[in-house]
Design a protein around this ligand. Structure first.
Ligand SMILES: Nc1ncnc2c1ncn2[C@@H]1O[C@H](COP(=O)(O)OP(=O)(O)OP(=O)(O)O)[C@@H](O)[C@H]1O
Ligand SMILES: [Mg+2]
Length: 246
């Protein structure tokens, strides 16, 4: 979004909840594109990741979940970034009962999912930080959990760590409809984005789209609506310009 000072997510508030009409409209545009993209998929789980840290994954994931839920769509938001969990903060919840505890066999999903953090929106926080997050996410228990949850919600959104740090997001792809990659203008390089796209396509061949965050445009015209852009995977030609920033 245009101005970091005014549009960053703060604890207990998301862009959609605390932001402007234009920002909410921008998320709704991405929602529409995602709904079209997912219209013919059996699975309803979407993995959100990025090439590098701080691209805006957690922000996008939370806000998209909210605008989906506002439409009456039942959404579960899972915080699978156990190293740097954020979703519990946005919704002012505790993270202690969460994904890591389910995967560790300590608690059940029913005990950990926080129902109706907003109407139609359930949250599964990260849980306490385990010593082996990647191992847990790659486990059979995780696969079984995702299969089970995929059938219980209209959409399941998973927030994950950046691909340059760990490959956790890739491990979740086989159980999902695909990945949305988040890039940040003036931060993500074309090379980084291209590499992340290749990694996703090698595993699942199902890149649902790329969302470009924090796009700064001048104040004339319909600039607010241009702050997010959503690209389908077949529109990636422009990414091939090497060594340029998005
Ligand atoms: N579109 C945006 N415009 C301005 N600031 C943004 C935007 N999206 C996210 N931010 C800010 O950028 C920072 C990083 O965002 P966020 O935590 O969503 O990124 P992330 O990709 O999840 O990071 P990490 O790799 O650490 O998980 C936060 O301070 C957030 O408020
Ligand atoms: Mg994050």
């Amino acid at each position: 979004m245009a101005d970091k000072k005014t549009s960053g997510v703060t604890e207990g508030s998301t862009h959609v909840q605390g932001g402007s009409f234009q920002i909410a409209e921008a998320y709704k545009m991405i929602r529409t594109n995602l709904l079209f993209t997912l219209a013919n998929t059996d699975k309803r789980t979407v993995v959100f990741s990025s090439a590098e840290p701080s691209a805006g994954k957690s922000t996008l994931c939370a806000n998209l979940a909210i605008v989906m839920a506002q439409m009456g769509i039942r959404v579960l938001l899972i915080d699978a970034d156990m190293r740097k969990p954020m979703q519990h903060r946005y919704f002012r919840q505790s993270k202690s009962m969460g994904l890591s505890k389910i995967l560790g066999g300590i608690n059940t999903a029913d005990e950990c999912i926080i129902r109706q953090v907003l109407p139609n929106l359930d949250l599964l926080p990260s849980g306490v930080v385990p010593p082996n997050p990647s191992e847990l996410l790659a486990s059979k228990r995780m696969k079984d959990l995702l299969r089970d949850l995929d059938g219980q919600y209209d959409y399941v959104f998973i927030d994950t760590p950046p691909l340059s740090v760990v490959a956790d997001a890739l491990m979740l792809l086989p159980e999902s409809a695909g990945a949305v990659l988040v890039a940040r203008q003036r931060q993500t390089t074309y090379d980084e984005l291209e590499e992340a796209i290749e990694e996703v396509e090698q595993i699942s061949n199902n890149l649902l789209g790329v969302v470009l965050m924090d796009v700064r445009v001048n104040k004339t015209g319909y600039s607010q609506y241009e702050k997010f852009r959503y690209y389908r995977s077949y529109n990636y030609e422009y990414v091939n310009r090497k060594n340029r920033r998005t």
